[in-house]
Design a binder for this molecule. Sequence first.
Ligand SMILES: C[S@@+](CC[C@H](N)C(=O)[O-])C[C@H]1O[C@@H](n2cnc3c(N)ncnc32)[C@H](O)[C@@H]1O
Length: 293
Amino acid sequence: MARFDDSRPEMTLEEFRLLRDHVYSHCGILVHEDMKFVMERRLWPRLEALGVSDFGAYHRFLRHDPNRHAELEAAVESLTTHETYFFREPSQLKAFREELVPVLERRNARSRRLRLWSAGCSSGEEAYTLAMLLRDERRFEGWDVEVYGTDISRRVLAMARRAEYGPSALRATSADLLERFFVPAANNRVRVRDDVRAMVSFGHHNLLDEAGSQLVTKMDAVFCRNVMIYFDQSARRRVLRILRDRLVPGGYLLLGHSENLLNLGADFELVHLRGDLVYRRPELPALLRSEER
Ligand SMILES: C[S@@+](CC[C@H](N)C(=O)[O-])C[C@H]1O[C@@H](n2cnc3c(N)ncnc32)[C@H](O)[C@@H]1O
């Protein structure tokens, strides 16, 4: 009997374009044409799991089947990259801690409330890193501090909630931080300490979902690092509009080091820190700012 592997269907260019557009309109991830073979390879197991004979039938399943929403999640899951680790991009974290945290402390001194968002948090390392940085800052004792981590993938969110990690996630974590913020877990892994876990909540959220974003509380700072690198300009613009709307006036947006807002026409101010460049939602609406000039 022929194994499925021997008779794997090829993806035609037309099927590729249909599937690519479907994935793109759902989550903003744009698979380039020269990556057709990667898409084909990654989606084969989905065809196999559903017993679907070719990519045309798979596209019809995604459009019309009663289980299409769950299957679209599975397709997106197989196409996304979740690479992350604790204390990633340390110079940016240092700049955040030394130059932005004191500003946030002064600004929120009355409310004693602070909200950070790791948007596209993958398996949670970035959100816990932020909680650890804040925990280290004695200045927030007695404050109402919360870090939110959201992602489109339920699989990585389950890992984030479990909070257990191996060596790869800890490759940039010093022995001192390991000692202070983790406890031993089974199978040579470590678990984030409970007091840090209590500062972080995780939720499922598609960054392109405008209506769903309205439910996200207003943030003092958003870390959206290494997420929009997989989006095209139009999806980036949509996400930036949403993130801007979820920031308090004067709130900060921190992107990954290879990312910037050039040519995106996004209404953010560039802030030159000693150790990094970050973005800020202007304090005043654009209309009032132009009247001021
Ligand atoms: C490469 S990881 C980055 C993780 C972390 N921010 C970091 O810099 O280490 C990108 C994450 O973005 C998530 N993602 C991609 N598209 C998304 C979307 N439309 N909405 C929410 N999350 C998305 C992926 O599932 C993945 O976990």
